[in-house]
Design a protein around this ligand. Structure first.
Ligand SMILES: CC(C)(COP(=O)(O)OP(=O)(O)OC[C@H]1O[C@@H](n2cnc3c(N)ncnc32)[C@H](O)[C@@H]1OP(=O)(O)O)[C@@H](O)C(=O)NCCC(=O)NCCS
Length: 187
């Protein structure tokens, strides 16, 4: 199935709703309805409109006007021991519970990693848990061992990621050692 790339600057209310519906299904939260999730997407769109540079994108598989698989790529300028680097932050990777196991998660993550392969970002960076890390490792991601901080946060020495493991893509050389400053919240 084709993967569509939706630039956050061009999100329509219908697209925001489709993404919001899936996110609300996969990560239900009593205080966040599907409409709230859609509004979050539109807020992201409003915030970014008019800015120059790489925009966040959603990589999606659509079936019958529903987004059934999703991955967000959020460009983030991080500070490393080798200087500043714009990485592709991977977030909100999910497949509709009714269609898991059909290769759709792999499709959207491969499309996100494809942006790295095409040279748009030197690396993708993201967090996950031990249950799902194998899914990403199969696609070429490897864990990172760096201390990760957010110098702009309330606790500048606290890791801004909250999940069990941080991964990068691709593996191999070029990833800096030492502290990584996300210069913003985790994603
Ligand atoms: C993780 C998730 C996106 C996988 O989506 P999916 O569409 O079912 O995955 P795919 O069908 O593309 O699976 C691709 C491969 O990964 C494997 N895989 C799927 N989920 C896995 C997991 N949790 N751990 C290890 N491997 C996994 C599949 O077996 C398949 O392997 P194969 O090609 O050897 O058969 C989906 O289970 C999901 O939405 N989970 C809830 C949200 C979540 O945890 N997202 C990750 C946040 S970091």
């Amino acid at each position: 199935m084709p993967v569509e790339i939706w630039d956050v600057r061009d999100f329509t209310p219908a697209q925001a709703k489709q993404i919001g519906d899936l996110i609300a299904q996969v990560w239900p939260k009593p205080h966040l309805t599907a409409a709230d999730r859609a509004e979050q997407q539109l807020a992201l769109s409003r915030e970014f409109r008019g800015q120059l540079g790489l925009a966040p994108r959603s990589l999606v598989v659509v079936e019958d006007d529903r987004v059934i698989a999703h991955a967000a790529v959020l460009p983030r300028e991080i500070r490393t021991t080798q200087g500043e680097m714009v990485i592709g932050g991977l977030a909100r990777v999910c497949t509709d519970a009714a269609v898991r196991g059909r290769g759709l998660g792999e499709l959207v993550v491969r499309a996100a990693f494809g942006l790295v392969d095409a040279g748009e970002f030197p690396f993708a960076l993201f967090q996950t848990n031990h249950l799902v890390r194998g899914f990403y490792e199969k696609l070429g991601a490897v864990p990172v061992q760096n201390t990760i901080i957010n110098s702009l946060g309330d606790g500048p020495k606290t890791c801004p990621f909250w999940d069990e493991v941080v991964l990068r893509y691709p593996g191999g050389d070029g990833w800096p050692s030492g502290t990584i400053d996300l210069r913003g919240p985790g994603f």
